[in-house]
Design a protein around this ligand. Structure first.
Ligand code: VG1
Ligand code: CO
Length: 556
């Protein structure tokens, strides 16, 4: 194996965002663009350095994945990486990759995904680096990767024929080991250790009228779902749809929400399906949807936390603490309060949960963006959340079928009150106007602060306002400017931040939350309940004035 040093020039803008580097495929296809970034990742590794390290490699199978994996194999060999563990055909869901890193005690992993962003030659690709705990690299490492990209003038590679990714085996090439592993097996094993598969299976057997539909949206979860829902839990094949992973996700948006998972939503309503669920391109997001009952992700994680004692894994480990990302509704905080647990509020992005989990202070956490998970791995986990709901439903209905998704939600509201929550996304806004809007908001809450606090808009009076700053309780690292928060005296809240996962222009996210303990409101329509608050958010932010947008691209 002849190692070669190739001269290259740095590219601008290779800054990892909320979850890795995400750009158009065409950007990654530029000469040495992908090579530079991979070299920058390997150079950011220390203790151990890349030389001699073991890395897991895989992704959601989107367009350009196999080309990228061939590059990674050669550059890893060029940097004298010890071993690569690669999912068969390059396929690993993000949760499965996180599990594999932990199980095999690897030093990290390179995940090839742009999550829920569309795929194909004209759409997005992404590369993310995870560290040895199985979680996304923390900010000090992503910053280092970025610094490395800015001065990247060479990379190491070697001459090697195309590596066959389709056969499970171990190959050693001059001391460099490449192992191709089954993409699904270890992950299924993990879930079987966490949940009571027998009880769920029995529940389906006892209640043949309880209908389930899972939608893989042609993302990576198809093979995982087939194995778990059909082979293990005994559901019929017609209980899963869009479960063949496609490099372009069948031309659609692999994002499990009411807009993009509409085929699931329509079937659930038309066929009276009791339990509908979907997952995103790389398998870390989930949506739970029953007839007439959409579960907001903020509620979903709160419900799972409230019922966690029925899940065998938590019976063993106990529930160490709960957490949510800042824009996520405070529904889980109320569960923590009732159970006497610690609850943490971290910036957007899963990387902030890892330290708390490693320190034994966090068991269950979630994000409003359809992300739910636990300390079984260090990524959010779509199928985990779906099976968690099924495990809860099986136990709650042990004696008689009476509680579906809707009943469980209502019962939750009766115990804890209801946190109405919605997010408005304004996608591909001109960066300059988005930045101007943020500058306007920063000005409002800083210099103009004295007259802003106490000011009344419609029925809402401003109590506090800030740009969220997080100090990691474990390592003390500080993350600034994580989103503008405006909190009103009645506990309602507006949050505005710019997305860190887009690949074109800017995406403005506007989050609104209102808490109610009035039982007559629990059945209310979310958009109607939040209308006055949304109007105030638009008034304060001057969003329309700055961006020219009179309505959002997506509402969740
Ligand atoms: C979005 C979500 C965030 C999530 C991230 C990655 O980030 O808001 O909650 O962690 O995507 O999800 P942003 O910066 O665009 O708001 V995924 O499924 O890409 O790994
Ligand atoms: Co994802």
């Amino acid at each position: 194996m002849l190692i070669k040093c190739i001269t290259t020039t740095p590219y601008e803008g290779q800054k990892p965002g909320t979850s890795g580097l995400r750009k158009r495929v065409k950007v990654f296809q530029q000469e040495n663009y992908t090579q530079n970034f991979i070299q920058a990742i390997l150079d950011a590794m220390s203790s151990p350095s890349a030389s001699g390290a073991t890395l897991v490699v895989g992704g959601d199978g989107r367009y350009f994945s196999t080309e990228a994996i061939q590059l990674i194999i050669r550059i890893a060999a060029g940097n004298r990486v010890g071993k690569l563990i690669i999912g068969k055909n390059g396929i690993l869901s993000t949760p499965a990759a996180s599990n594999l890193i932990r199980k095999r005690k690897a030093d990290g992993g390179i995940l090839l995904t742009a999550s829920h962003n569309p795929g194909g030659p004209d759409n997005d690709f992404g590369i993310k680096f995870n560290v040895s705990n199985g979680g996304p690299a923390p900010e000090n490492i992503t910053n280092l990767i970025y610094e490395n990209t800015k001065k990247c003038d060479k990379y190491y590679t070697c001459d090697m024929p195309e590596f066959d990714l389709s056969k499970i085996r171990v190959e050693t090439i001059d001391g460099f080991i490449v192992e191709i592993v089954d993409s699904v097996e270890d992950y299924v094993q993990l879930l079987k250790e966490i949940f009571d598969f027998e009880q769920i299976k029995q529940f389906f057997k006892n209640n043949p009228k309880f209908k389930v539909l899972f939608d893989g949206l042609h993302g990576v979860t198809g093979p995982y779902a087939e194995h778990i829902f059909v082979d293990e839990l005994g559901l019929s094949r017609s209980s899963i749809q869009n479960c063949i992973p496609l490099p372009d996700f069948g031309g659609s948006h692999p994002d499990p929400n009411l807009t993009y998972a509409h085929s699931l939503v329509e079937r659930v309503e038309r066929e009276n399906i009791n339990f509908g669920a979907a997952s995103d391109g790389d398998g870390d997001r989930n949506m739970i949807y029953g007839k007439d009952a959409f579960v907001t992700p903020s509620d979903s994680v709160a419900v799972i936390a409230a019922h966690a004692e029925v899940i065998p894994y938590f019976q063993k480990t106990g529930i160490k603490g709960l957490a949510r990302s800042m824009p996520t509704s405070a529904a889980i905080d109320l569960v923590a309060k009732k159970k006497g647990l610690e609850v943490f509020e971290v910036p957007t992005g899963w990387k902030f949960f890892g330290n708390l989990m490693d320190a034994g202070r966090l068991s269950i956490c979630g994000e409003e963006s359809f992300g739910t998970g636990s300390d079984h791995i260090r990524e959010k986990d779509g199928i985990w959340a779906i099976v968690a709901w099924l495990n809860i439903i099986a136990v709650v209905n042990e004696n008689e079928l009476g509680s579906g998704i809707k009943e469980i939600l209502l019962e939750h509201y009766q115990t804890y009150g209801r946190n109405f929550f919605s997010r408005y996304d304004y996608e591909e806004v001109e960066s300059e106007s988005a930045n101007k809007m943020v500058a306007h908001l920063r000005h409002l809450i800083s210099e103009g602060r004295n007259d802003f606090i106490g000011k009344t808009f419609d029925q809402f009076t401003v109590k506090e306002a800030d740009d969220f700053e997080y100090t990691d309780p474990i390592d003390g690292s500080i993350s600034k400017n994580q989103g503008i928060r405006i909190i009103f005296t009645d506990g309602s809240r507006i949050v505005i931040r710019l997305s860190g996962t887009g690949s074109q222009g800017a995406t403005i996210r506007l989050y609104v939350e209102k808490y109610s303990q009035n039982a007559s409101e629990y059945g209310a329509n979310t958009q109607e309940a939040l209308k006055p608050l949304i109007d105030v958010a638009l008034q304060i932010s001057k969003l329309q004035e700055f961006t020219g947008r009179d309505k959002p691209t997506v509402i969740t």
